[in-house]
Design a binder for this molecule. Sequence first.
Ligand code: ZN
Ligand code: ZN
Length: 185
Amino acid sequence: MSELNEATNTTDGATPAPYLIDCSPLLAELPGASFDVPEFTLTSTSEGELIHTTVQARVDRTNRGVRLIAHVRGVQEGACARCLSPARAALETRIDEEVLEERHAQGEGERLGRGNSVDLGRIAVEGLDLVRRLVLHCDPLCPERCGHCGAPHQTEECPEREVDPRLAVLGSLLPPSGDQPEVKG
Ligand SMILES: [Zn+2]
Ligand SMILES: [Zn+2]
C-alpha cells in the first residue's frame, strides 16, 4: 500500500460527503428543460458544531449549462455560549446559481465537474454555512451568568461584589449633604 492511498483514506470531519448530480441527461435537452432533485439530507460539522442539512432543489437547463435553484434548511447543534447546555438553531437559505459547462466557463463561478456532475451537497452546505449562527444561545434564553460568582444573575447585581476601594475613598471626601456653606451677596 502506498502512502498516497493512506492519505486519501483519511476523512476530514469538516468535509461533508458529496452529493453529486449527473447533469448529462439534462444537457442533452434544450434550454428550458428542468428536473426536480429528490429531497435529501446531509450532516456535516462546522467549527465543532453539527449541521443537519435538508435540500430541495430543481435544476434547469440554460444555454450555457444548468441553473441550480435550491431551498436549503438546516439545524445547527452546539453549546450555549452562556451556560454550555446543548443548544440548537434553525437555519434557512436559498440558492440560485448557474453552473457553466467548461466551454462556456469564465472567471471563478461554479462549473460542471467530471461527467457533467454538480456537487449539490457541497454547494448547499456552503450556502447554509453563510447563515450559520456565530454564537448559539438557549431558546428560550437562559439567565445571564455573573462574572464574579457564576450564578444566574447579572454581574452588577452580584451580592458578593466588593466595592472598589478607590470609590470608597472618594465617598469619604464628599461633604455631608445639607452642610453646604451659604453664599452671602
Ligand atoms: Zn444557555
Ligand atoms: Zn454573582
